[in-house]
Write a protein that binds this ligand. Structure first.
Ligand SMILES: [Zn+2]
Ligand SMILES: [Zn+2]
Length: 281
């Protein structure tokens, strides 16, 4: 169990490892470009070397890239789908240039096509296009969503179908505790965590689980809204995170905070304390 958080790469991607080290993290994620979109220049050899040197300097061996939020593979508009495919291809290239382990993305919303089934088909088609001929090392992770509106990927069976049908050895999955809780998967007790994780395994498979975002939830179980809360202050609560950290599969994962940055140090302290309680380390 390694802890990370989302850190800023403002100014230069090579600044991200230092910022993560300052927070005493064990891994981290960042945006490799402005999250709202826009064009980017390819990563130069110099930038890549600088980034790798900063990783080594701060003793990180793994980190992750979060893809921009504007991605929507389930849009009715061919232009938006095409742009989303282009961005994800580029993010994978950038991850490979920097030696980043994986890129996670939100599949998108089917509201413009009017049916979740159609949205699911478009997401599968889009991922196939992204992974066509892909030879890189970096993984592409479909992030399980909270399920507001017609968002694709809020249920494990749907994510499982997407991964099965778009099948590629570098395609896997990213959980988010706040998202799955809002989507109706309980995490508040040992039993609830066990059931939720069994359900995940049945539809997606533990072998395809690479990391989880670690957020408490401002909304109640099944309320289908994506609202992150500081650890222990939301509806999952400290008991829920303790149950989660006790699960044998979660114990082996990278867990990345995406809570508001103003009090991120408190969140890091809280999860480290819980880990100590659960694992004695
Ligand atoms: Zn995300
Ligand atoms: Zn979220």
């Amino acid at each position: 169990m390694r802890f990370g958080a989302h850190v800023s790469a403002a100014g230069s991607v090579a600044l991200a490892p230092g910022r993560a080290a300052e927070l005493e993290l064990e891994t981290f994620q960042f945006f490799s470009r402005p999250p709202q979109g826009g064009r980017v220049k390819p990563i130069s050899k110099e930038q890549a070397d600088e980034f790798k040197a900063a990783m080594a300097e701060h003793s990180f061996d793994t980190c992750y890239i979060h893809a921009p939020y504007i991605i929507n593979l389930a849009s009715k508009e061919a232009r938006i789908r095409g742009n989303s495919i282009e961005i994800l291809k580029t993010e994978l290239e950038r991850a490979n240039a920097l030696g980043v382990k994986a890129v996670m993305f939100h599949p998108g919303s089917a509201s413009s096509v009017g049916s979740e089934e159609k949205g699911e088909e478009l997401v599968i088609e889009g991922i196939r296009e992204i992974m066509k001929g892909y030879r890189g090392e970096a993984l592409l992770l479909v992030e399980v969503s909270a399920g507001a509106g017609m968002v694709v990927g809020a249920k494990f069976d749907q994510v499982g179908r997407i991964l099965d049908k778009a099948k590629h050895p570098k395609l896997a999955c990213c959980l988010d505790t706040a998202h799955i809780f809002a989507s109706g998967y309980d995490l508040r007790t040992d039993n609830a965590v066990k059931e939720t994780m069994n359900e995940f395994d049945r539809h997606i498979g533990f072998d395809r689980l690479i990391l989880s975002h670690l957020n408490d939830s401002k909304v109640a179980l099944g309320e289908r809204k994506d609202r992150h809360e500081h650890i222990g202050e939301g509806h999952i609560g400290l008991k829920g995170f303790e149950a989660l950290f006790s699960h044998p599969v979660i114990k082996k994962l990278d867990l990345v905070l995406e809570t508001e940055h103003d009090r991120i140090s408190e969140d890091i302290k809280a999860i480290k304390k819980l880990r100590e309680k659960v694992t004695g380390q």
